[in-house]
Design a protein around this ligand. Structure first.
Ligand code: NA7
Length: 551
């Protein structure tokens, strides 16, 4: 292992005078770690990874807020490429906490000896394609200038922090924290008056935990969410044993499934069921916890508003029966979008938390939106709420944000950020016309955030590795998506999603959470989910990289 100089390297014509690599990978989370391992140890390439954090882990390095854990079941939220690793690693719970997932990724980095090829504490801020040498010149905030034949963005889909431009935030005399940039030594909420802004998946995890510690908690809600219980806990030893005995089967099933889970829609319309029958099914999914309610419900949930209303009604009744104050319950019930069209948060005592005497809800609609931060708190709807700490759980500039931040310039000096001003355009969510030898792992217009991420990450890493191997074997210097193939893919992504209810919500999938961001549904949804998408990518490769120009 380690850095290997290859015959391939010698056959290229890298510019002289700068450190040169076969590939630069940006990011050392789930995707960057596997990409490094795959290119270096399978193909023998010389790879440099740049990582902004001071350690591996990506999402799991940055997001350390109380209650932070994974919403995918642990037995499938991991690498599957190494069967020994799968057998040896023991997860402590159904949904492990952030520090356990980080320990897992640390373990993987050590197990595969990845750290020597990762430069930590270094952010890539420019990457320019040189048309004379067919190499990328990559620059970092630490002053590095390196060249590489391939540039691979392993920057994650939810890594560009969104701190809204709250008026007066700089005047606030207390402490404020965004959940995705949490202090490593934690935050002590004891005896503090705390505000949480946001009620997305992050806040839904954090609020019950913070409410237990804080003297008082005020939650500022812009849009309420449909939540389903996570039902976290120890996994039965027999279940774990059976899964380990059948890991090949598990891996095959998640790879060919719709969302990368062992979850399957019920092949029936909810409108064809009797109230008793569907209530039984809803109870079963509710009791099962996790994403079953969202991703294994009646098949017409995402297509038919009438069907969706029937399903949403069950969740609304759950909120009403859990939250004791009817006025608060009404504020917590979503009314402006169809169920499932925003990311499903999984909760542990979220709605119950609003029954606590130290917790208050300020709803933008009923009570008035946040107007400004003052030196001592937050003013919303004309009323000042005095707090000592503000927790900003306002999410991310999803999918396109992390890529636009890299300062990428392709052919003719074309800036990716400018090119995407009206929304992303990619081929397969993997590559872009005008940006040769650049690959994006779980980029926009791939299943990405609409799937169990490690499944999609492994698929992309393996596809990119095979592609680079093909380039190497055929002594090719560039691969680039054609504008035609890209146009067709963008149209296909839109056409499929427009048959669903998904674009009707103001979700971060649509870019609606960021002021001024173009409204375009960014992940790729179907028609056969991640399984069908995988087949499509494999077909493209089998046809000699159809839709790409190789030279
Ligand atoms: P989300 O899901 O984007 O949630 C952010 C929350 O913050 C959401 O409730 C937003 O309301 C709210 N928000 C955003 N901007 C503002 C402003 N300006 N004022 C008030 N409230 C605001 O981010 P999360 O971190 O919870 O989750 C992101 C993903 O990470 C999650 O889905 C998992 O995949 C992992 P909105 O709904 O936009 O009206």
């Amino acid at each position: 292992m380690g850095m290997v100089q290859t015959e391939y390297r010698k056959s290229g014509a890298p510019p002289a005078g700068k450190a040169t690599f076969d590939a630069v990978v940006v990011g050392a989370g789930f995707s960057g770690l596997y990409m490094l391992h795959s290119l270096r140890d399978r193909l023998g390439l010389r790879v440099r990874v740049f990582e902004a954090g001071n350690g591996v882990g990506g999402t799991w390095y940055w997001n350390r807020y109380p209650g932070c854990r994974c919403d995918s079941d642990s037995y499938i939220y991991c690498y599957t490429f190494d069967r020994h690793l799968l057998q040896e690693w023991e997860w402590s719970e159904r949904y492990p906490e952030q520090d356990e997932i980080l320990r897992y990724l640390e373990h993987c980095a050590d197990r595969f000896d990845l750290k020597p090829d990762i430069q930590f504490g270094t952010r890539v801020n420019a990457a320019t394609f040189d048309e004379k040498t067919n190499h990328w010149e990559v620059r970092t905030d630490k002053g590095d200038v390196v060249n590489a034949k391939y540039l691979i963005a392993a920057v994650g889909s939810l890594s560009a922090t969104n701190v809204p431009n709250f008026k007066g935030l700089e005047s606030f005399k207390g402490k404020w924290y965004h959940t995705s940039q949490w202090p490593h030594d934690g935050v002590d909420f004891t005896n503090k008056r705390v505000a949480v802004i946001g009620t997305g998946a992050t806040a839904v995890q954090a609020i019950p935990e913070i409410a237990q510690q804080a003297k008082h908690l005020t939650v500022f809600q812009r849009t309420p969410n449909f939540c389903v219980p996570a039902r976290n806990g120890k996994v039965d030893a027999e279940v774990t044993k059976a899964r380990k005995a059948d890991y090949d089967g598990v891996v095959d099933r998640i790879k060919s499934s719709f969302f990368g889970f062992e979850l399957y829609f019920m092949p029936k319309s909810v409108l064809e069921t009797t109230p008793e029958e569907r209530e039984r099914e809803f109870d079963r999914m509710w009791d099962e916890g996790g994403f079953a309610f969202w991703l294994a419900n009646y098949k017409d949930m995402f297509f038919d508003k009438k069907a969706n209303d029937v399903i949403a009604d069950y969740l609304k009744r759950k909120i009403r029966s859990t939250v004791k104050d009817p006025e608060v319950a009404e504020k917590l019930i979503p009314k402006t979008y169809a169920y499932g069209t925003k990311r499903q948060p999984l909760d542990t005592n979220y709605f119950e938390t609003f029954n606590k005497s130290n917790v208050a809800l300020v709803d933008a609609e009923a009570d008035g939106p946040i107007e400004e931060m003052t030196p001592t708190g937050i003013r919303a709807g004309g009323k000042e709420h005095a707090v000592d700490i503000i927790v900003i759980a306002t999410g991310f500039d999803a999918l396109t944000g992390p890529l636009k931040n890299l300062g990428i310039r392709g052919r003719g000096g074309q800036s990716l950020a400018q090119k995407w001003e009206d929304g992303p355009e990619t081929y397969l969510g993997l590559a872009m016309a005008g940006f040769p030898n650049l690959f994006t792992i779980t980029g926009p217009q791939s299943p990405s955030v609409l799937s169990n991420m490690p499944v999609s990450i492994e698929q992309h890493v393996e596809w990119i590795t095979d592609c680079i191997d093909h380039m190497r074997r055929n002594k090719l210097s560039t691969i680039e998506a054609t504008p035609q193939a890209q146009q067709l893919w963008v149209a296909h992504v839109a056409e499929i999603v427009n048959t669903t209810l998904m674009p009707t919500a103001n979700s971060w999938y649509m870019g609606a959470n960021i002021a001024g961001k173009p409204r375009q549904f960014m992940p790729y949804l179907g028609p056969e989910g991640v399984g069908g998408y995988r087949k499509k990518c494999d077909e493209v490769a089998a046809k000699g990289y159809e839709g790409f120009v190789l030279s």
